[in-house]
Design a protein around this ligand. Structure first.
Ligand code: GLU
Length: 526
C-alpha cells in the first residue's frame, strides 16, 4: 500500500514545540517526513510551534535545530533559512490567526466565550464529581454575536471557541488505520484563540498547514484524537484537508509511552554518548517499519527507496537502547579505519566538554597518553563491567566489620530513590547533586562512604575517580541517569547479585584470614 499523493508537489512538515530538550520522537517523525518528501521529489518544512509563550524558549528552539541537523534531517524551509511560506515561527504569525478566527466567527463556526475562570473551575469540579470527561457546556454558544462583539470591543476578556457540530460523526481518514470515527457531541468546543489573542495549537496548526500547502501530515499517534477538531476546522474554512498519517508512539521497554523517566529522550544525549547519526537514523527507521528484505543495516538513501507506509506496524515500537548500540557497532565496523579515526577525533573535538573533563582528570594524569583512560567515564553510554560491579551492593565492598551492608533489594531501592531525586533537580550542578546524594544515603540508612562508593562505581565503573559530585555534573543528567538505571537493573537480577555477594564474602574471608595470619606472624615475632 502506498499512501495517496493527491496534490503535487508533496509538501510535508514537522512542527515541534520548543518547550524542552530536543526529543527523539521529533527525529523519528522527521525521518519519515523527510524520506517521504525525498521519495516524491517534494519539500520538507520545519515549523516552530511556539504559541505556548510560557513554556517556549529560544534555547530549546536552537537545540532542536542543532540536533536535527546533527541527525542529518535537513529541512528545505524553516525559521533559520526562510522559504516562500514564512515566517516559520508561529509567534511571528499572530495576526494571521486572529484574522482567521474572526472569519470563523463571521460564518458562525466559532464564537466568543466570556466565561470566567471561576465559572469554568466550578463546571470542571461538577463534571469531575459526576464522573464525566471535561467539556465546555456551551454557555456562551447561543448568545447574540453582535452583543458579544460589542463586549469584546469594550475590552472584556474573552476567548474564541470552535462551535463543534453537536450531532453526527466526524470520520478521520487515517492512511494507516482506515477511517476512525468520532461522535461529535463528545468532542469539546475547543478554544481556538486565547484571551491574550494568541492561538492554541489547533487553530495555528490547521491554518499553517493550509497556508504552507502541506499535502501530508505525518505525525505521532497522540494527535489522532485532535484530528476531528482539525477536520471540522478545514470544513469551516472551506479548505481541502491534507492526508493524515499517524505514526505509532514510541515506547519504553515496559511498553509505556516513551518518557525520560525510563529512557534518555533528548537527542543531545545520543550525540554525547557517541552514537553515529547514520546509525541513529538506521535505528529509528526500524521502529514500526521493516525493510522489505528485513535488513537491519541500511542508510538513508536505501530507506528512502524502500519506505512504504503499508509496512508500518501499529503495535508500539520499543525504543531499545541495546539494539541501538548494536546498530551503532555495525556502522562503526563498516567504516574504513581512517574515516573512523577522523570521526573519533571529531567526536571529542565537538563534544564541548573537554575543558570541564580536563579540569577534573588533570590531577590524575601523568602524561597526555593517560587521558583516554581517565576521561573514558565521561563519554559513551555504558561503564559497568568487571569485579567493581559488586560495590553496587551498598556497603558490601566495605572492609569495616561494622559496615551497614544493604541487600540487593535495598541497594536497588537506594539507586531508585537517588534517580528520582536527581531527575527532580531544577539545576544539575555539583551542590544540589551533593545534597541529593547525601539525602539518598541517609534515607537508605547506609554509611556515607559506602553509599558514595556504590554511586561512584555505577557512574564511572571505577572505585577511584575524580570528585563525585563534579563528575556527575560534568557527565550531564542524561548520561548519569542511564548509568544509575543500569546499576538498578543489575541489582534487580538477584542471581548475579547473589553470586557477587558470595564471591565478596569469600574475598572478605580471605582478607580477614590474611589479616589473622599477619597478626599471628606479628605475635610470633614479638
Ligand atoms: N506542535 C506539535 C508537537 O509539538 C505538532 C503536532 C503536529 O505535528 O501536528 O508535536
Amino acid at each position: 500500500m502506498s499512501i495517496p499523493t493527491p496534490r503535487q508537489p508533496v509538501r510535508v512538515r514537522i512542527a515541534p514545540s520548543p518547550t524542552g530538550d530536543p526529543h527523539v520522537g521529533t527525529a523519528y517523525i522527521a525521518l519519515f517526513n523527510l524520506a517521504f518528501a525525498r521519495q516524491h521529489g517534494g519539500q520538507f518544512v520545519l515549523r516552530i510551534e511556539d504559541t505556548d509563550q510560557k513554556r517556549s524558549t529560544a534555547a530549546s528552539e536552537q537545540a532542536i535545530l542543532r540536533s536535527l541537523a546533527w541527525c542529518g534531517l535537513q529541512w528545505d524551509e524553516g525559521p533559520d533559512i526562510g522559504g516562500p511560506y514564512g515566517p516559520y515561527r508561529q509567534s511571528e504569525r499572530a495576526a494571521i490567526y486572529a484574522e482567521h478566527a474572526e472569519q470563523l466567527i463571521e460564518n458562525g463556526r466559532a464564537y466568543r466565550c466570556f466565561c470566567t475562570a471561576e465559572r469554568l473551575d466550578a463546571m470542571r469540579a461538577a463534571q469531575k464529581a459526576a464522573g464525566e470527561d471535561w467539556r465546555y457546556d456551551g454557555h456562551c454558544r447561543d448568545q447574540d454575536q453582535q452583543q458579544a462583539a460589542a463586549r469584546a470591543a469594550a475590552g472584556e476578556a474573552c476567548v474564541v471557541r470552535l462551535a463543534m457540530p453537536q450531532s453526527g460523526e466526524t470520520a478521520v481518514p487515517d492512511a494507516l488505520r482506515g477511517e476512525v470515527r468520532y461522535e461529535n457531541f463528545r468532542v469539546d468546543d475547543q478554544i481556538l484563540l486565547k484571551s491574550d489573542g494568541l492561538p492554541t495549537y489547533h487553530l495555528a496548526n490547521v491554518v499553517d498547514d493550509h497556508l504552507m500547502q502541506i499535502t501530508h501530515v505525518i505525525r505521532a499517534e497522540e494527535w489522532l484524537n485532535s484530528t476531528p477538531k482539525h477536520l471540522v476546522l478545514y470544513d469551516a474554512f472551506g479548505w481541502e484537508p491534507p492526508v493524515f498519517v499517524h505514526m505509532p508512539l514510541l515506547r519504553n521497554a515496559d511498553r509505556s509511552k516513551i518518557s525520560k523517566r525510563k529512557n534518555p529522550t533528548s537527542l543531545e544525549y545520543y550525540q554525547r554518548a557517541g552514537i553515529l547519526p547514520e546509525a541513529f537514523l538506521n535505528f529509528l527507521g526500524m521502529l514500526g517499519f521493516s525493510m522489505p528484505d528485513e535488513a537491519e543495516f541500511f542508510d538513508f538513501d536505501a530507506f528512502v527507496a524502500a519506505l512504504d507506509f503499508g509496512r508500518i506496524s501499529l503495535g508500539g515500537p520499543v525504543f531499545d537502547l541495546d539494539r541501538l548500540q548494536h546498530i551503532n557497532g555495525l556502522w562503526i565496523r563498516a567504516m574504513a579505519p581512517d574515516r573512523l579515526a577522523a570521526r573519533v577525533a571529531a567526536y571529542f573535538a565537538e563534544d564541548g566538554r573537554s575543558t570541564e573533563v580536563a579540569a577534573l582528570v588533570a590531577e590524575r594524569i601523568g602524561s597526555l597518553g593517560d587521558w583516554p583512560h581517565h576521561a573514558a567515564p565521561f563519554y559513551g553510554p555504558g561503564v559497568l563491567a568487571g569485579p567493581e560491579t559488586r560495590y553496587l551492593l551498598v556497603g558490601c565492598g566495605s572492609k569495616k566489620k561494622k559496615a551497614v551492608r544493604l541487600s540487593a533489594k535495598a541497594s536497588r531501592a537506594f539507586f531508585e530513590d537517588l534517580i528520582a531525586r536527581l531527575e527532580g533537580l531544577p539545576e544539575f550542578t555539583a551542590e544540589p547533586i551533593e545534597a541529593a546524594l547525601r539525602e539518598a544515603v541517609s534515607a537508605a540508612g547506609a554509611g556515607v562512604g559506602d553509599g558514595f562508593m556504590a554511586v561512584r562505581v555505577a557512574i564511572t565503573g571505577r572505585t577511584a575517580a575524580p570528585g563525585l559530585y563534579e563528575t556527575i555534573a560534568a557527565m550531564g543528567r542524561a548520561l548519569a541517569l542511564v548509568r544509575l538505571r543500569a546499576a538498578a537493573a543489575w541489582l534487580a537480577q538477584p542471581a548475579s547479585a547473589q553470586a557477587e555477594i558470595d564471591a565478596l564474602e569469600r574475598d572478605l574471608q580471605a582478607y580477614r584470614d590474611a589479616l589473622g595470619h599477619a597478626a599471628e606472624a606479628e605475635g610470633a615475632s614479638a
